[in-house]
Ligand binder design. Structure first.
Ligand code: NAP
Length: 478
């Protein structure tokens, strides 16, 4: 059996390690970038971190005593993935700098084409292409006319000096908040253009002491315990957001509200920062220092909407020109692109674009009717945003391997979910989404074109249970 894994980020590295362990060594990991690391390779902005605690945001089979902080910085996370890939000797499977442009299902196998013209033919494709990957550029008049440096947060230009510069940031999502916390004290002036205020959950980020790290090294079982305790604590959050009337959501709201009331001194600024929707409706912002940073004398929160960008800066609708040297677009990602723009053609010539019109759909976020033996990690409608994506990917991979085993044993040649099972699950999922906090009156990247959350609306226990074993009646194998 030959396989292709697409993407050498967190999920692609996981796939390579697990395939290698299982003895399925005839595979290539295709990676368009020149290094592994996915989101942690692409995002290099100041302040980058993960708001999932590091001891949870780790592979369960590669826990490390060395994390420096509860929420360790981005470069350290990237280093972790590089080290784990090296330690498991899977870099040799990776083909860098070659983007898969097409996958076509022909006579029971997938034919792959890459940007360099390379071709491959495989039995199984595992798409590990990430979720928040394609930058979403704002449609603002005059953006191209800006005379200073302008870039998306995930394309940070390290040749540009921000120290002593006048820096503007558009957006107030997790990314912008992390940047504001990190750069305000370095720049001459920080201007944050806020369209929608955010709830901010205070969270300290203590460093692990040498003693703590030594103790983790000495007692690996303590690391395991910490990992599972954190998973349990996170599970409470994961389950709270899918039930907007839960007491836990109320606790989150109270904590965010107290953070705002207690820590923002100027009443006018406090009101400008006060959201008008429920906490955790948008992805909850976790920050130890955002409110401190935005209250610094060199920081300004601008709530007037943007009229246009001019060579000298950003003009808001009140007529004011905010003069800038650098403009950062922390405006998020196209969350419904997944592995597109890759051209993917399934059984009978159906294209992924056709299958995903009007919107992406997948059975358990892993597989798509008529795309046999093509499996996704962190595909559409999964538990993104309220859990550690690493555990999600590990569970999904274990599930996919059970399907792959059935192909390997010769029990089936082609496995894809039935249309009926996919539609039934989707209908149930859409209904369940009505109870979640994501539909309580805000806009976010969680919502699809109908305003329905394109994410897992059930408990994490249910996800774990679904991932335990495929229900073969829901498939239409051949
Ligand atoms: P985001 O949450 O989608 O936020 C985009 C921001 O840009 C919003 O504030 C949005 O305003 C604003 N915006 C977009 N277009 C605009 C326009 N034309 N004019 C003015 N404002 C505009 O993006 P993100 O901050 O990059 O975060 C995306 C996701 O990445 C997060 O939700 C999280 O899941 C993940 N992330 C995670 C971490 C972590 O620590 N784990 C860190 C960073 C990011 P509106 O709110 O009004 O739409």
């Amino acid at each position: 059996m030959r396989l292709a894994v697409i993407g050498a980020g967190m999920a692609g590295i996981l796939s390579a390690i697990k395939l290698d362990e299982t003895g399925l060594t005839d595979f290539t990991v295709y990676e368009k970038g020149d290094r592994l690391g996915g989101t942690w390779r692409e995002n290099t902005y100041p302040g980058l971190a993960c708001d999932v605690p590091s001891h949870l945001y780790s592979y369960s089979f590669a826990l490390t005593p060395e994390w420096t902080h509860r929420y360790s910085p981005g470069p350290e996370i990237h280093g972790y993935f590089e080290r784990v890939a090296r330690d498991h000797d899977v870099v040799r499977y990776m083909r860098f700098g070659d983007e898969v442009t097409a996958c076509t299902f022909v006579d029971g196998r997938w034919q792959l084409e890459t940007a360099s013209g390379h071709r491959d033919e495989v039995d199984v494709v595992i798409a590990a292409t990430g979720v928040l990957h394609h930058p979403r550029y704002p449609d603002i008049d005059g953006l191209d006319s800006f005379a200073g440096a302008c870039f998306h947060s995930s394309r940070w230009d390290h040749h540009v000096t921000i120290d002593g510069a006048r820096v503007g940031i558009i957006g107030t999502g997790s990314t912008a908040v992390q940047m504001v916390g990190a750069i305000t004290e370095r720049v001459e002036k920080l201007t944050l253009f806020q369209r929608t205020a955010q709830w901010v959950m205070p969270q300290e980020n203590p460093a692990y002491t040498d003693e703590e790290k030594a103790s983790f090294r000495e007692h690996p079982d303590h690391l395991m315990t910490l990992h599972s305790n954190l998973a349990e604590a996170f599970g409470i959050f994961a389950n709270a957001v899918v039930d907007s009337s839960s007491p836990e959501i109320k606790m989150i709201e109270d904590a965010c509200l107290a953070n705002l009331e207690d820590n923002v001194r100027d009443p006018e600024l406090r009101e400008a920062l006060r959201p008008t929707y429920r906490a955790a409706c948008k992805r909850l912002i976790i920050s130890p220092n955002f409110y401190d940073a935005i209250q610094r004398p060199n920081a300004e929160l601008v709530t007037d909407s943007i009229e246009r960008v001019e060579p000298a800066g950003v003009r808001t609708h009140d007529g004011r020109l905010h003069e800038l040297d650098v403009l950062v677009l922390a405006t998020g990602f196209k969350a419904n692109a997944f592995m597109r723009p890759m051209r993917i053609t399934g059984r009978g010539g159906i294209t992924l674009d056709e299958a995903w019109t009007p919107r992406p759909i997948a059975y358990l976020s892993i597989s798509i009717p008529d795309f046999p033996n093509f499996f996704m990690l962190n595909g559409p409608n999964g538990p993104v945003g309220n859990f550690s994506l690493i555990e999600v990917a590990e569970l999904q991979f274990g599930y996919i391997m059970q399907l792959v085993d059935r192909l390997r044993s010769g029990e089936y040649r082609e496995i894809s979910p039935s249309r009926a099972a996919t539609d039934a699950l989707e209908a149930e999922r859409t209904k369940a989404a009505e109870k979640t906090v994501w539909v309580t009156g805000c806009k976010s990247w969680y919502l699809d074109d109908r305003g329905i959350p394109a994410v897992w609306p059930w408990s994490f226990e249910r996800f774990r249970a679904e991932m335990r074993e495929p229900t073969m009646e829901h498939y239409a194998p051949r």
